[in-house]
Ligand binder design. Structure first.
Ligand code: MRU
Length: 368
């Protein structure tokens, strides 16, 4: 996607040295744009943990490069296994992280040590390219849903789409998942308007999704997280599209905390609730998302404090709760498949069911 007319991906190899890894520091968006140069696997682990990079597909891609960086230093079997385990443990919920690391391990283990560095960079690059292609395909399939609603409109009002968190191009390598159909609809001239949930506590909607949509010229309105149900009751939401960090083989969906409540409100108001994902986000080993998907518990300080920009342009953090009050911060929740209208994958849209996923990905061997 473009920033000020220049095309970027969310992760790329540093052009000057040809080996270090560049990312945007997403903790500073939307107020400043800082490119970070990662040179060690520890840099990568820190970037993922601190959410300088975040979003399920992106952390997988960056972790893959993290393993390549580790092997530059030591490409032994021991280093490969320990560094892979270290990177895979940086965040627990998004399955793309483990998927990307497992893919590299499977590819690199049989190779002689001296071939591993080059091979790791090549495979990480392939993961990135495939992610871009998959998200573009998701965009094309999701576009059909928006076109369908637009074609039934009797007036000139926009198609109103609600989204939660940030599942845009900076959460992936490019395009995004939930936002890809919206970008394509806007680009082909369909009238769309996006309700952007602020997404407390880290405000990925207010800070990142709003910034992305604004940069692309897509009309949008940021709303408090609790406003969605009210808007749905008043016919102001035509469909919900969210991304996901892990989908079970039965169609349960883990996504940013608060997604479940949006799905409940959507069901109560007959608003379609779609989930956009590349197949790398499917965990074929899990069937019960509520019981089996590990939910990341993040620092209480993300709830007790909030960061923003002062009138003088300084970035600062302020306390919201009384001294001594405890806070809890589960970062994701699971929306049961029964509340999901359907899944938008790179191969097309399907029901959020075992049968729907089996028909879409028949090559998967883990169906029982
Ligand atoms: O904690 P984050 O910001 O990494 O959470 C991101 C999300 O929940 C996204 O919706 C999800 O990863 C899909 S990104 C295409």
């Amino acid at each position: 996607m473009k920033i000020d007319g220049v095309s970027y991906r969310s992760v790329w190899i540093n052009e000057e040295d040809g080996w270090s890894v560049n990312i945007f520091d997403q903790t500073l968006f939307p107020f400043s744009r800082n490119i970070l140069r990662l040179t060690t696997p520890d840099d990568v682990a820190h970037a993922i943990r601190s959410m300088q990079v975040r979003g399920a597909p992106l952390i997988g891609a960056v972790a893959a490069y993290g393993l390549a960086l580790a092997l530059r230093n030591n490409a032994s079997d021991h280093a490969l296994e320990t560094q892979a385990a270290m990177l895979a443990a940086t965040r627990p919920t998004a399955i793309n992280l483990r998927w990307a690391i497992d893919r590299l391990l499977t590819y690199l283990r049989p190779l002689p040590e001296q071939e591993r560095v080059k091979a790791a960079y090549a495979e990480a690059g392939k993961i990135c390219d495939e992610d871009v292609a998959q998200n573009e395909a998701i965009g094309r399939h999701g576009l059909e849903l928006i076109r369908d609603i637009a074609s039934k409109r009797k007036n000139q009002s926009p198609v109103n789409i609600l989204t939660h968190c940030n599942a845009g191009w900076i959460a992936t390598v490019d395009w995004g998942t939930a936002l890809a159909p919206i970008y394509m609809a806007h680009d082909e001239g369909l009238k769309v308007h996006v309700w952007v949930d602020e997404t407390r506590p880290r405000n990925q909607g207010a800070a990142l999704t709003a910034w992305e949509l604004g940069g692309h010229g897509v009309p949008h309105t940021v709303i408090a997280d609790n406003a969605g149900g009210h808007l749905m009751q008043h016919g102001q939401v035509d469909l919900v599209i969210v991304g996901t960090d892990r989908v079970t083989r039965t169609g349960d969906v883990a996504n940013k905390i608060g997604s479940y409540l949006k799905a409940l409100a959507a069901r109560d108001n007959n608003v379609p609730f779609w989930v956009a994902l590349p197949s790398t986000t499917i965990d074929w080993t899990v069937s019960d998302g509520v019981k089996e998907i590990p939910i990341e518990e993040r620092s209480a300080s993300e709830v007790t404090h909030i960061a923003g920009r002062t009138a003088k342009g300084e970035i600062t953090s302020v306390q919201l709760v009384p001294d001594g009050s405890k806070a809890a911060n589960p970062a994701f929740d699971v929306t049961p498949a029964r509340l999901v209208t359907g899944l938008i994958t790179e191969r097309g849209c399907c029901p959020a069911t075992t049968e729907g996923l089996r028909a879409m990905f028949p090559e998967n061997q883990l169906f029982v």
